[in-house]
Each structure stands twice: as C-alpha cells, then as structure tokens.
Design a protein around this ligand. Structure first.
Ligand SMILES: [Zn+2]
Length: 459
C-alpha cells in the first residue's frame, strides 16, 4: 500500500464554493511545498499537517493586480512596498506588478530597476513584478530591461502628471514598438490623444470631464491599434474609461492585431453624476464618466473586449488632493478594495465569482506572462483567498492599509469580505514572504487573455 505523495499535504483547504477554472463548486485543495498539489472532492479523506474548512466561504485564487503605483523609492510618503503589499493581501491580491512611474527615478533603465528591487527587498508581503517604462530617448534600454525581467513597457501619449516620465510622440511610439516587437515584448499604453485634451475651464468636475473627452481615448486607441498592426507588437490599453474605445478595440482584434485592454474598479463602480463638489479623491485620468458609459464598460467585459480589471492604485498625500479638479493630483487609491468593489457591481449584473476571477486573476496573470498564478490548478502557486461573498462592510478610509487615508470609496457599503489570504500556502501575516517575479519564457506561456476570455462564463 503506498500513499500518493500529493496526499501527504502541508495544508488542505476545503470550500463548498471553490472557484476553479472549470467552474465553482465544492472542493478540497491540497497544498504541498507552496504549490497546489491536488484537487479533490470536498469531503475527501486527506492527510495533511493542517486542515482548514471554509464551509460556504468561497475559495478564490489570489488576485493579480498588474496596475499598481507603489512610488518607492522617491515618493514613499505617497505609498511604499510595505503598506502597498499589506493592503494588497488584505484585499485578496497576492501579486502586484508595479508601474514604472511616480517612484524616483522612474524605471526606464536597468539601474533604476535594480534600485527599485533594492528598495522593495525584504518589505513585500505579496509577490511583486515590475513594468519598465518607454520614454523619449530610451529605446536602447528596452532590451536590457526585458532581459532583466520586466513584464513589459509602459508609455504615455499625453503628459503623465510627472515631469520625469514624458510621453512618446508618434515617431517615438513606433520606434518603441519596433524595438519591443524584436524580442516579442509587451507595450502597455496610457491612451489619451493630447491634441484632444485641454486645460479645464474651471475647478468643478464637469469642467474636468469636458477637458478629457472620450474621443481622446478613442483616437489614441486607434493610433495604437494601427501601429501595433504595422509593427506586429503585442499592445495593451491601460485603464479604458470611455466606452468609445470598445468599437475600435473589437475591430482591431477582428483584424488580427495583438491588442488587449483593461478597465478599473472605479470606472465600473463610480459615476460622474455622483462626484460631490470638490471631492478630488474621485479625480483620475482618464476620468470617471457617466452612468450610461459605465454600463457600456460592463458590456465590454461581458463581450471580452475588455479582459482585465485592475486597480490603477495611484495614491498621493492628502495635501495634493486640493478641492479643485483642475489643480488636484489625479489618481485613485483602491488596491485593498478592488475585489469587493467589483464583486458588488458584478453580482448586481448577474456575473458570478468565476467571471470576476477571470477578470482580476487569470487574465491579468496571462497578460503579464505569469504562469503559475491566477488560477486554482494543480502545479500553480498556492496563492489563495478566503472570500465571504455575501458579507457587507462599509469602507472607512482610516482603517485601510494604504499609506494615506484618501479614497473615493470612503463611506460606501460594499459586498464581500476577504477573510484570509495565503501566499504559496502560508497565511499572509507580518513576515514578508513576497518574491520578485519575472515573466515566464514566451514559449512556455499559457494563452493570453484574448483567448482565455472567449470561453463563456461558467454557470
Ligand atoms: Zn496608472
């Protein structure tokens, strides 16, 4: 008689609502040496050092948030790796990928990436990957950054908000794409056409919204799609806020262009109509738009034109959020709240946890080339979340782990509470166990989000 090795687990977690790629249902997940070693019936008899039974609390894969501005080093008083990764874990996020700007120096060459890894070392409670930046004059740095392990390159087409990270013009965009295509990398784009942006005509939200119209996003998406088609690069549109982007994205995909897109919890949750006077914690670029637009974004997700929902957590100190929409810092803090915010709205629209997991875990993992993340599957890292989908809670900004207590979700009642988070089979506590990630080699990758989302939602 031999006991199968996978049956002698370090940990077994049982849930009547385990969210697996093939659907939601009762299961027992066996964990061995930090990885998912086996998936079994809920009531299977399994040997393990530790057993956890979640009952009706759902078990999800740890979320993968590919759009987080940590700001350390250089602007650590805005947000740092210790606070950001603590907030992530509390929100059910076990992997973040850090944006190349708002920290100092920006991650636009290997020396800056090395500095960022040094700054983050020993502080991270969840796993961390890094994006590089594509800025004017750094085409020669892109391949070395790729070889040093960035997940891809972010660029702007309009001013970024910080002087040290300037935008690319059309020629610069094409040159970056040609270079990135030469090693089959990924370009991620903040897509607003600067020619269609203006200075706000006044301090209110209406004037701010008018100054950044949806057609600016649409025209930028059309440019990126055309150049991605021309150069063959893999491109991804960040934080789609305007539903005007959906048609050109869908058309480009039909034409075979390698382009994907994401949106963010705030565009799916908040609306321009409800922004209180002077409440610049609601300011971000591109802006939160009308409720009608919000419904079209939900349709874009249902149609898989948008494949990822990630936070664009972009905090600042409260003093930069002056009550003037023309002058305030543009960025929304929500790393800890994304799952509950999206689940609140998704469940209202008839989407299940499986769909939310696809948008917030599986597809972002595929985007960033993170094999072994984003799904409860044998061989994957045992990054897991106990999530009570029916519990409600009212957000108090002061109790969040974000460094600064500024968020537009303050006072909102959200559905869903994270009860526990495991990283590689260990409950995330106070001991930093996060690792630095690199993308898996292209040949070994699972299908990108464009394919993964074309399946129908599981029942
Ligand atoms: Zn961002």
């Amino acid at each position: 008689m031999s006991v199968r090795a996978e049956d002698v687990a370090d940990l077994v977690i049982r849930s009547r609502r385990a969210v697996l790629p093939e659907g939601e249902g009762p299961a027992a997940v066996a964990v061995r040496r930090g990885r998912i070693a086996g998936l079994h019936p809920y009531d299977a008899v399994l040997e393990a050092a530790e057993q956890v039974d979640l009952g009706d609390t759902a078990l999800l894969p740890g979320l993968v948030d590919t759009h987080v501005h940590v700001n350390e080093p250089g602007r650590t008083h805005w947000e740092g790796f210790a606070c950001a990764t603590r907030a992530a874990a509390a929100g059910g996020v076990t992997t973040i990928v850090d944006m190349p700007l708002n920290s100092l120096p920006p991650t636009v060459n290997v020396a800056a990436l090395t500095g960022k890894r040094s700054a983050a070392a020993g502080q991270c409670l969840v796993d961390v990957g890094f994006w590089g930046g594509a800025v004017p004059g750094n085409v020669k740095d892109l391949r070395p950054l790729h070889e040093a392990g960035v997940h891809g390159f972010k660029c702007f087409l309009s001013p970024s908000g910080v002087a040290e990270f300037p935008p690319l013009d059309v020629d610069g965009l094409r040159a970056a794409m040609v270079e990135i295509a030469s090693f089959d990398g990924l370009l991620i784009v903040h897509a607003e056409d600067p020619e269609l942006l203006a200075e706000p005509a006044g301090p209110g939200y209406a004037e701010f919204l008018d100054s950044r119209p949806g057609r600016s996003e649409r025209r930028a998406v059309e440019l990126v799609a055309a150049l991605a088609g021309e150069t063959g690069v893999r491109a991804h549109i960040l934080h789609v806020s305007s539903a005007l982007c959906l048609e050109p994205l869908a058309r480009a995909r039909r034409e075979g262009v390698r382009i994907t897109a994401e949106t963010c919890p705030h565009y799916l949750t908040l609306t321009a109509e409800e922004v209180p006077r002077g409440a610049t914690e609601f300011k971000c670029c591109p802006p939160i738009r009308t409720s009608a637009n919000r419904e079209q974004l939900w349709q874009g997700l249902a149609d898989a034109v948008l494949s990822c929902v990630v936070s664009d957590h972009s905090p600042s100190t409260p003093d930069l959020k002056v009550p003037d929409f023309a002058a305030a810092w543009g960025g929304i803090s929500s790393l800890q709240l994304g799952l509950a915010a999206v689940w609140t709205e998704a469940s209202r629209r008839g989407h299940g946890l499986g769909q939310v997991v696809r948008w917030m875990a599986a597809n972002p993992a595929a985007l960033a080339g993170l094999d072994g993340k984003g799904a409860i599957a044998v061989g994957n890292d045992a990054d897991l979340v106990a999530f009570d989908p029916d519990a409600g809670h009212t957000v108090d900004a002061a109790t969040l782990h974000h460094r600064n207590p500024v968020t537009p979700y303050h006072g909102r009642t959200l559905r869903g509470v994270v009860r526990a988070t495991w990283l590689r089979g260990r409950v995330v506590g106070d001991t930093p166990g996060g690792e630095f990630l690199r993308p898996s080699p292209a040949g070994a990758r699972s299908p990108g989000p464009e394919r993964a989302t074309e399946e129908r939602p599981s029942p």
